[in-house]
Every structure is written in structure tokens, then in C-alpha cells.
Design a protein around this ligand. Structure first.
Ligand SMILES: [Zn+2]
Length: 484
């Protein structure tokens, strides 16, 4: 009788640390062994291929309801298909809170939506309204239920928190053991610039970038870190788009502050100039922070190589170009302020990072695995179950052809969105098969999985995000919470 259910034979295994030749033996949905001449009931030939941990995308907006009653067009099932097509096997998505409402009004609904996923998933809990009830009662319950990360926005209506509210979220996270993830841009500065631009008649999509230049991101990044340092609460700065913001992270890391930085695929390859395409076309590239210029893209590789930014996510966001709920929801002539922010990118993340990073010699293979799987899993408390090929880990694997040349088309993304901002991009390196908990869910581009076969990843307490115990003047602000 075969010892393993499935053996991936003859490939080059890539881990977060090294590359080596080995067979991978899978049993009961987990990695059971790495070795030579393993025998399985089923064998997949990986000769000439890389065998890497399936991607872990810790920043995905999927089927997320908005306070205005709309829901992102991508469903958990279609997003899972897109993830598998691109070699990603698990995602962390965003459970909403609507201002003026407790979290329980939306969390059960969001759990029910996610139950149709085919990939494994967890949630960040968005906090938009940190009332006494939310901070004192709901947040501890939600953290105990396995949602170990809270998301705050320092900009955007109707989501943004002021500094006092942000401090309250930091306090609750410190007290109950969660990571705080931050959208860091200056709310008032963006609004001020937006109003000034619109008053001057500058309403086209390209003015989105001008409304929020790098200094707006740098200021909020600095402030987010300073307040987290004041509270001794670990944070991750989301979607760092420019070296200016990364500099603030590097300076804090150098003095020992537990702050991590994420960037996203689009900031390596898209630019503010893309939003200057004719007509409404620029809306296809609109996300926040804004894509920048060539110098920022080059500088971003530097801070990735230096380790300042150690996670690359997609910030996948399902707004279509032509649909009634998508980019044109406010009309094709809507001013940039009224165009939904966010772009789809779940399937494109690994191919673009591989092609631009590994194939062009900017990063090596283990670094690719760290950025796309190992680091996000570790930071979110999903390791070593996810993002690893260690025996005992879930058998989430992508088989990768490093030489395969492809041109990105929307059809290849296999999502429910009618465009990709990466259309026409030439790619070297492509996923040829994806395995999720031992199931072969994608082969040669064909996705096969059952809606509902994904599992919620409940996250317990984990040491990686433990506060340092370094408090200004030794006073623990989180111990006694001032009323909201
Ligand atoms: Zn996002």
C-alpha cells in the first residue's frame, strides 16, 4: 500500500530559507515527508518545476458589504478560483463594521458569505466605530473567536478613525492579543487637496494621485507608528506605496519597535500615469495609496531587499469597470472623489512578483517565498500550518514553471471582474498546478474545487505579535481605558 495519498515528484523545493531537490509526500491533506523516491497512490511529476508553498494573501477585499448597501462584486467562490489560478491557497479578508452599529450586525452575515469559499481564509476585523461596547465587549469576544487582527483606516469616509479612536483600538488589541493593521494616509490633508482640486475643475481620474502625494502617506505612517509605540502595541502598515513611508518604518524598526510593512503588487508595476489614460479608462488603476512614479517603484525594490517591507499582498478589490456597482457606480463622468478605490489582483500577485522579482534578478527564490507565503503566514499567526512545506503543515503547494512565458489577459485571472489592470503584461514564470490541503485544485489553468470546501482559519494567541513591554515612562495606557 502506498505510504502517501499524493507525491509531488522530482521538483525543486523552495522554502523560505533554501532550494533543494526532493519529493513531497502528502497524506490526509498535510505535508507528511520530504525525501527521495517517495511512493504515493497518486503521483504528480514536477520535473523542471519549482515546488513552493501556496501563496498566502493577507490583504483581500472579498464580497465585502459596504454601509451603502452595496457588496463587492467578487464572491468568495469566484475569488477562490482566481486565487487558485494564480497559485494562492489562502487569504485574509475584511469583516466590516458600519459606523453607528455594533460589529455583530455584520459579522454573522460575513461569516455566512465566506462559508462558500474554496480556499482557506481568515478575517481582519475592521473597526470604524470604537464605542465602549465595541472595545469593551465585542473586540475581546471577536479576538477570542480566532480573529487576531484588527484593521483601522486613518482616512476614507465613512471609515476613518481620529487619533483618540485609534489609540482605543491599539489599547484593546494590546489587552487581548491582536495585531493592528493600518491604512495610513492623512484624512484631512486628502480632503483639503481634493476640495481644492475639484474647485479648480480638476476632476479626472489622474487627479486621484495628486490628491494624495507620498508625503500624505509618510505623515500618517509616522503618526500610526508613533502612537503604536506610545501604546507598545505591534502594528502592520498596509500597502506601503513609496520609499518615503518605508523610511518611517525602517527608522522605527531600527529602534526596536514592532512594526511591519506590507506592499502590494501594483506598486511595483503600475504608476500614477496609468490614471491619465483617455476618458474613464484611468479609473481601472485607481487605488489608495495611489500608484506612484518610476523612482518610487525602483525605491520600493530597495526597501523590500533591505527587509523593511516583508510582505507583498494583492489588496484585491472586486470593483468591475463596466458593472453598475463598479468603477462607474457614480457615472462615467464622476469626479475622481466618487470613483470606488481598489483593483483586482489575487491571481496576478505571484506571477508579477516572480517575473519582476525573481526572473529579473531583483530577489532570489527563498525571498519570493518569504514575501508571498512565509512572512504573511507568520505575521498573521497562520504559521507553520500555512506558508511552509515543513512536515505537519497543510499541503498547500504551487507547482511553478519558472521559464513559462505568458501575457496577462483578463480571462487568465479567472475572477468575476470584467478587467485586469495588468492586461497585456509580459510575464516569465507561471503556476502550472495548485494543491490546497492535498486537493489538486488547479492544473494547467483548469480550476476544480467545490464551493464551501475552504475552511475558516481560527487564529489562537501567538508570540510573534506579543508587545515588547517597553512603555514610555513605564505607564501602561491600555490597562485602564478612558471612555469613548
Ligand atoms: Zn485594502
Amino acid at each position: 500500500m502506498a505510504e502517501f495519498d499524493l507525491v509531488v515528484r522530482g521538483g525543486t523545493v523552495v522554502t523560505a530559507a533554501e532550494t533543494f531537490r526532493a519529493d513531497v509526500g502528502i497524506k490526509d491533506g498535510r505535508i507528511a515527508a520530504l525525501g527521495e523516491k517517495l511512493a504515493g497512490a497518486r503521483t504528480m511529476d514536477a520535473g523542471g518545476l519549482l515546488v513552493m508553498p501556496g501563496g498566502v494573501d493577507t490583504h483581500c477585499h472579498i464580497e465585502q458589504p459596504g454601509a451603502d448597501g452595496t457588496v463587492h462584486e467578487e464572491s468568495f467562490a469566484t475569488a477562490s478560483a482566481s486565487a487558485f489560478a494564480g497559485g494562492t491557497t489562502s487569504a485574509v479578508c475584511f469583516a466590516p463594521q458600519f459606523r453607528g452599529h455594533p460589529i455583530r450586525d455584520t459579522l454573522a452575515d460575513y461569516r455566512a458569505r465566506a462559508a462558500h469559499a474554496m480556499m482557506d481564509y481568515s478575517f481582519h476585523q475592521i473597526i470604524t466605530d470604537p464605542t465602549d461596547e465595541v472595545i469593551g465587549k465585542e473586540v475581546p469576544e471577536i479576538i477570542a473567536s480566532g480573529i487576531r487582527s484588527l484593521k483601522v483606516f486613518l482616512t476614507y469616509d465613512p471609515l476613518h478613525l481620529d487619533d483618540r479612536q485609534y489609540l482605543r483600538v491599539l489599547a484593546a488589541a494590546r489587552r487581548h492579543g491582536a495585531l493592528v493593521t493600518v491604512h495610513a494616509e492623512n484624512y484631512d490633508a486628502i480632503n483639503y487637496r481634493t476640495e481644492a482640486l475639484l474647485a479648480a475643475g480638476h476632476a479626472a481620474p489622474k487627479y486621484h494621485a495628486i490628491s494624495r502625494p507620498p508625503v500624505v502617506e509618510r505623515e500618517a505612517t509616522h503618526r500610526a507608528i508613533a502612537l503604536a509605540e506610545l501604546m507598545d502595541q505591534p502594528i502592520q502598515i498596509f500597502h506601503v506605496s513609496c520609499p518615503e513611508a518605508a523610511e518611517e518604518i525602517a527608522r522605527a524598526q531600527a529602534r526596536g519597535v514592532k512594526v511591519w510593512g506590507e506592499t502590494c503588487t501594483q506598486y511595483f508595476v503600475l504608476g500614477a500615469a496609468d490614471m491619465d489614460r483617455p476618458g474613464f479608462e484611468g479609473a481601472k488603476f485607481m487605488c489608495s495609496p495611489s500608484p506612484r512614479d518610476a523612482a518610487a517603484r525602483a525605491g520600493l525594490w530597495d526597501v523590500v531587499r533591505q527587509g523593511t517591507l516583508d510582505v507583498v499582498s494583492s489588496d484585491h478589490c472586486g470593483f468591475s469597470y463596466g458593472g453598475a456597482r463598479g468603477k462607474g457606480a457614480a457615472g462615467r463622468n464622476a469626479p475622481f472623489r466618487d470613483i470606488p478605490n481598489g483593483i483586482p489582483g489575487l491571481a496576478a500577485r505571484l506571477p508579477i512578483l516572480f517575473s519582476e522579482g525573481v526572473a529579473k534578478g531583483r530577489i532570489d527564490l527563498p525571498h519570493f517565498v518569504r514575501l508571498t507565503a512565509a512572512n504573511p503566514a507568520r505575521l498573521m499567526g497562520l504559521a507553520p500550518r500555512k506558508g511552509s512545506l515543513m512536515p505537519g503543515a497543510d499541503a498547500d503547494i504551487v507547482l511553478w514553471d519558472p521559464a513559462k512565458r505568458m501575457t496577462i489577459t483578463n480571462a487568465l485571472m479567472q475572477h468575476a471582474i470584467d478587467y485586469t489592470p495588468y492586461e497585456g503584461m509580459e510575464i516569465t514564470g507561471w503556476p502550472v498546478a495548485t494543491i490546497a490541503r492535498g486537493r489538486v485544485v488547479m492544473q494547467e489553468g483548469k480550476v476544480q474545487a467545490e464551493p464551501g470546501s475552504g475552511r475558516f482559519l481560527a487564529r489562537g494567541p501567538y508570540d510573534f505579535i506579543r508587545p515588547r513591554g517597553v512603555l514610555p515612562d513605564g505607564f501602561d495606557m491600555s490597562a485602564a481605558l478612558p471612555a469613548g
